[in-house]
Design a protein around this ligand. Structure first.
Ligand SMILES: NC(=O)c1ccc[n+]([C@@H]2O[C@H](COP(=O)([O-])OP(=O)(O)OC[C@H]3O[C@@H](n4cnc5c(N)ncnc54)[C@H](O)[C@@H]3O)[C@@H](O)[C@H]2O)c1
Length: 376
């Protein structure tokens, strides 16, 4: 429990910089320090937001006794190593997705968290998006009836992105799909089977020894009759940027539209056929947040008048999730409870993708999740 403003340091100031004004306005946070490589970029952000404490060296930041918690937004290969270093230095950790690139690193983060009592939150944006919160609200109120099936996709053209992206196996960045299908029913993945499809151009194969254009995974959930389907593509597949979740219930189902920016479709059972589907305006969930940060949910919101998303590019707030994520991290630290997703859940979601790719390499063989990632 931390019963005073929590001193936050943000590491990595590309995507990470979007969280600075949120922490600055949050009543329980003190936006204490920033860290990135390159003095010019560091000063530019520090001057823009009036932050005095600036580190180029992550290890030096971890020696700073004022810092309670780090929020990591560095390139994917650095996430696990930096999270482990922070935990070993006694800092709580929030980290952008994915948690790690290996099962072993996921298990080590769980082990250190459980040994030290420090908190870990993987900052999965989709499970705090307004679309997910809308589906969760329906589910919590019993409006969906019994959940029968979930599916999610995440397609993006990553040509031209930094050096750790080219050739990345689609399932190595799968938490935007895994998170919602496991997070809505609050279940763990027990085992996966993944089929690969198509081939990316040859120059991309060597980076990760992976030629696959699309990977489709079936996830069997533990202690449940549910399974889910997820699919992803990153290169050489023509598709607008899309994150999507569909949930099918006995009473109602919700589908994410095929074109980004269009309203969700709500299907209600036992109505005359033409009345089964209806377009719904996804509500804003800013009321769940302290008023000082509530307006941050509205970046990229659907605009009814001109039927446009104001912006649905990367960095447009990812469904209004950023303030919810910051608030969940701060609330968990303040209350001394685990955040959602905690270390085990974050590991279960991340390992689902890593092991799905392993399954694809073995022609779809079933691969089981490690028990250490199951919720207690
Ligand atoms: N929806 C989402 O959840 C979402 C969206 C965008 C990006 N991301 C994640 O955020 C991360 C960063 O993405 P980006 O597009 O901002 O990348 P980027 O390359 O633009 O920025 C990386 C930042 O990390 C800093 N950095 C790199 N190594 C460092 C080190 N050792 N110590 C301190 N700082 C270091 C760089 O200086 C830079 O500021 C990625 O892991 C990406 O997956 C997640």
């Amino acid at each position: 429990m931390i019963d005073r403003p929590i001193n936050i340091a943000i590491i990595g100031l590309g995507f990470g910089a979007e969280f600075i004004p949120i922490y600055q306005r949050h009543p329980w946070a003190n936006m204490a320090a920033i860290c990135r490589r390159g003095q010019a970029g560091l000063d530019e952000v520090g001057d823009q937001y009036g932050i005095a404490k600036r580190y180029q060296d992550y290890d030096a930041l971890l020696e700073d006794p004022e810092i309670d918690a780090v929020h990591i937004n560095t390139p994917i290969p650095d996430h696990a190593g930096q999270a482990l270093k922070a935990l070993r230095a006694g800092k709580h950790v929030a980290c952008t997705v994915p948690m790690a690139t290996s099962v072993a690193d996921c298990l080590e983060i769980i082990r250190v968290c459980e040994e030290t009592g420090l908190k870990y939150l993987m900052m999965e944006t989709v499970v705090y998006s307004r679309e997910f919160l809308y589906m969760k609200d329906l589910h919590d109120r019993g409006e969906l009836g019994r959940i029968q099936f979930l599916q999610a996709s995440h397609q993006q053209d990553m040509d031209g992105w930094p050096n750790y992206w080219p050739g990345l196996p689609p399932m190595h960045y799968a938490t935007h799909c895994v998170g919602p299908v496991l997070g809505l029913p609050r279940k763990d993945a027990e085992y996966v089977s993944c089929f690969a499809s198509g081939t990316i151009r040859e120059e991309l194969h060597a980076h990760y020894h992976s030629p696959f254009a699309v990977e489709t995974t079936h996830i069997k959930m533990r202690d449940s009759d549910l399974s889910a389907r997820i699919y992803r593509s990153l290169f050489d597949t023509a598709r607008q940027y899309r994150e999507s979740i569909d949930v099918y219930g006995s009473k109602r189902s919700v589908e994410w539209p095929l074109i980004e920016g269009h309203p969700l479709i709500l299907h209600t059972a036992k109505r005359p056929e033409p009345e089964i589907p209806e377009e719904v305006k996804c509500p804003d969930f800013g009321h769940l947040l302290p008023p000082e940060i509530a307006s941050f949910t509205r970046a990229g919101v659907y605009n009814e008048e001109d039927h446009q998303h104001l912006s649905f590019l990367q960095g447009a707030g990812h469904g209004g999730s950023h303030p919810h994520l910051a608030h969940e991290f701060l609330s968990a630290l303040r209350e001394g409870r685990d955040p959602w997703p905690n270390a085990r859940q974050s590991a279960n979601w991340t390992c689902t993708g890593i092991l799905a790719h392993e399954s694809a390499l073995k022609g779809g063989e079933i691969v089981r999740l490690p028990e250490e990632t199951f919720s207690r």
